[in-house]
Structures are given as structure tokens and as C-alpha cells.
Write a protein that binds this ligand. Structure first.
Ligand code: C5P
Length: 236
């Protein structure tokens, strides 16, 4: 299995077009950051954008959050695996059977596969809404830890979660189970629309293996300096 290094800063490429992505990536002349391609960019530009960014030498987390019946997810994962990405994800709510099917689809003929992680509960979902709209009566931390345990049972590598839940996930699933956490902000910056945020350093100390950082880098006046600051604070 292709295992990315632990402790990476992943830049969320939340741009609407390839032209804007390349203008952004062209600023990085010294380093090749690990990047995240989400729905907006993927749906706008298609699989070609993945191949092109990969050809530039970046590791890629393809953040498409699959959630469908097991057979459909398995077949879709097979297609994504052929794109040679380093990390993909799905919703743990799709059940253990769906997650197992996804792993099967992802695994290439030579036994290698991208890292597979599960979304537990979206960080935009409050505990109150989860209980009232989704009829999940347990608390948020217990629900996230339980979904993480399901992901581990299915053989997945880790979960996407809030940095505030990373410690609970590690306690439930062990320190080798990977945590990928968005919601990162520098101590002196605005939170934007993220409700629960942490600095890179606190995220690291709290058990985040990878941090996903968007606007603090992409909207900075000097994105390369912001990326370096993030790496410095996260890796110490
Ligand atoms: O700009 P910002 O740092 O808030 O970007 C965070 C990135 O992480 C965005 O691409 C967002 O879609 C993603 N994300 C998130 N919360 C989740 C899952 C993904 O913020 N639960």
C-alpha cells in the first residue's frame, strides 16, 4: 500500500478552474505541497486535472466523499485508484459493508492502493442537528468515535474529523489510525465560516496526523510564506 508520510500539511485547492489552480501552484518553486482536490475543482475540470497535478509531482488527496450502495462505490473507487491519487475518502454512514467494498475497489492488481479515510460527521453538522434531523441520539464525540471504529473494522486507514475530536478517535482506534483534520487557523487570523478551529501546533499536539488548510494559505497575500509557516508550526 502507498503510505504517505505522516505529518503532512495538505493544501485545499478550493479553486473553480484549472487556470486559477496553476496560477496558485506556480508560486511554489521550491516545494511540492501535498494538495487536496475537492468536488468543485473535480466537477469543473474532470479527471484530467488530477492527472495534470500528479504529473507536476504533487501528492493528491481526492476529497469526493463517496456515499452509495457498496457495489457502486466499489466500482467508482476502482476508477479513482487508476488515477494514481494518494488518498481518497467516503462517508462512514455508508456502513461497514460499503467501506469494505470501497477498499476492494481501490486495491490495484499489484496489491497497492491509495490511503482510504472516512468522514465521520461533517464538521458543519452540530450535535443538535445530528440528533434532531438524523435521529442519532448519542453525543457527537461518541458518534464520531463509533463511526471511526466502524471504519477501522472495515480496514480503512483513518478518518477526517475536527481537530477537537482527534484525541477521542485515537483513544477509540489506536495511535496508528490516522486523523486528517480541517478547521485549521493561525492564532492571529479570522475563523471564516469554520466554527471549531485550532492552530497547526495545537492540532499536532491534539493528535492530528495530517492537517488540511485552505484559506489561511490560498487567500494569504504570500501563500508560500503562509504554507511555510504552517509546516513550521505543525512539524515544530
Ligand atoms: O479554507 P479552509 O481552511 O476552511 O478549508 C478547509 C477545507 O477542508 C475545505 O476544502 C473544506 O471543504 C474541507 N473540509 C472541512 N470540513 C470537513 C471536511 C472537509 O472544512 N469536515
Amino acid at each position: 500500500m502507498t503510505q504517505p508520510n505522516r505529518g503532512d500539511v495538505i493544501i485545499a485547492l478550493d479553486f473553480p478552474s484549472a487556470a486559477e489552480v496553476y496560477a496558485f501552484l506556480d508560486r511554489f518553486t521550491q516545494e511540492k505541497p501535498y494538495v487536496k482536490i475537492g468536488m468543485e475543482l473535480y466537477y469543473a475540470e474532470g479527471p484530467q486535472i488530477v492527472r495534470q497535478i500528479k504529473a507536476r509531482g504533487h501528492k493528491i488527496f481526492l476529497d469526493l466523499k463517496l456515499h452509495d450502495i457498496p457495489n457502486t462505490v466499489k466500482r467508482a473507487m476502482k476508477v479513482l485508484s487508476a488515477l494514481d491519487v494518494d488518498m481518497v475518502n467516503l462517508h462512514a454512514a455508508g456502513t461497514v459493508d460499503m467501506m469494505k467494498a470501497a477498499l476492494e475497489g481501490l486495491t490495484r492488481a499489484d496489491g497497492t492502493r491509495p490511503m482510504l479515510i472516512a468522514v465521520t460527521q461533517l464538521t458543519s453538522t452540530s450535535e443538535e442537528r445530528m440528533q434532531r434531523e438524523l435521529l442519532i441520539s448519542a453525543g457527537m464525540e461518541q458518534t464520531v468515535a463509533h463511526y471511526a471504529q466502524n471504519a477501522k473494522l472495515a480496514g480503512l486507514d483513518g478518518v477526517v474529523c475536527s481537530p477537537l475530536e482527534a484525541a477521542a478517535v485515537k483513544a477509540a482506534c489506536g495511535s496508528d489510525f490516522q486523523t486528517v483534520t480541517p478547521g485549521i487557523r493561525f492564532a492571529d487570523a479570522a475563523a471564516d465560516d469554520q466554527a471549531r478551529v485550532m492552530t497547526p501546533e495545537k492540532a499536532r499536539n491534539g493528535g492530528s496526523d495530517y492537517i488540511v488548510v485552505g484559506r489561511p494559505i490560498t487567500a494569504a497575500s504570500d501563500p508560500v510564506a503562509a504554507y511555510r509557516r504552517c509546516v513550521q508550526e505543525f512539524l515544530g
